[in-house]
Design a protein around this ligand. Structure first.
Ligand SMILES: C[S@@+](CC[C@H](N)C(=O)[O-])C[C@H]1O[C@@H](n2cnc3c(N)ncnc32)[C@H](O)[C@@H]1O
Length: 235
């Protein structure tokens, strides 16, 4: 898939296409955990969210900025003076990114603290792509941020910790902040347990079962699942 192949609804309108395509190109050359086709699908649904002008886009789990730049590209496709992407990450890595785990990258360990720290690399990616006006970093634990959050989001992308505790905390903390008609997007949803871990799939099923979300199956791609918020209120 290339930057000109947009899943349904993702074509940038005239006027902003050039900047959007450049940001999308930057996203696709940034290392991360979204395969190209899923990155394009995220971009496509984010364009719809940005076009709704119903609030900011929020991502949980930024890592090196790949998904962040997909979301920024979507904002650029619609209106650069509009809402921003709030990119939430403590930048100390998920469990599976720590030393001894398969996704560990020793080059991201801060020699001063001995802890993993992806913030500088993320910031450099956003700056190099020219997306600083579109993206605001929120550096901290996502559940803590969610508990103190009060702005309805047009889209929440959940791609933080994939263990049961962080994943459920993200889902429980952030799903309620999606505006009616807005999108809750999960990454790494696998119905088949041999393909990947259970928590994102279980949270996705819980959201559907709650009646507060319906699925936009056409917008999902690979392990990306797109849910749309209904008007059923939270209890
Ligand atoms: C799978 S990576 C995100 C990948 C990214 N979306 C991409 O496109 O490549 C998960 C990220 O979530 C962050 N994370 C994990 N648990 C977190 C928590 N409780 N609060 C904030 N960030 C967290 C990690 O630091 C890591 O950068």
């Amino acid at each position: 898939m290339t930057a000109t192949d947009f899943p349904a609804g993702g074509q940038p309108p005239d006027g902003h296409a050039e900047r959007s395509a450049a940001l999308l190109g930057a996203a696709l050359t940034t290392r991360g955990f979204l395969p190209d086709d899923e990155a394009m699908a995220l971009y496509a649904v984010a364009v719809r969210a940005a076009a709704s002008a119903c609030g900011p886009l929020v991502e949980i789990g930024a890592y090196l900025g790949r998904s962040t730049l997909c979301l920024a590209a979507a904002l650029a496709a619609v209106d650069t003076a509009g809402p921003v992407v709030y990119s939430v990450d403590h930048h100390h890595g998920s469990e599976e990114m720590q030393a001894g785990w398969p996704d560990h990258d020793p080059s991201l360990v801060d020699p001063g603290t001995g802890r993993m720290d992806s913030l500088a690399a993320w910031r450099e990616a956003i700056e190099r792509a020219g997306a600083e006006d579109l993206v605001v970093a929120v550096v901290g634990d996502s559940a803590r941020v969610a508990a103190n959050w009060s702005t309805r989001a047009a889209l929440v992308f959940v791609d933080g910790g994939h263990g049961a505790v962080p994943c459920w905390a993200d889902y429980r903390g952030w799903a309620r902040h999606v505006v009616v008609g807005g999108f809750l997007v999960f990454h790494d949803v696998f119905a088949d347990p041999t393909q990947g871990g259970r928590p994102p799939y279980e949270c996705y099923l819980d959201a559907l079962g709650s009646g507060r979300f319906t699925e936009d199956a056409a917008a999902g791609w690979g392990s990306l699942r797109v849910l749309v918020r209904t008007s059923l209120p939270w209890g």
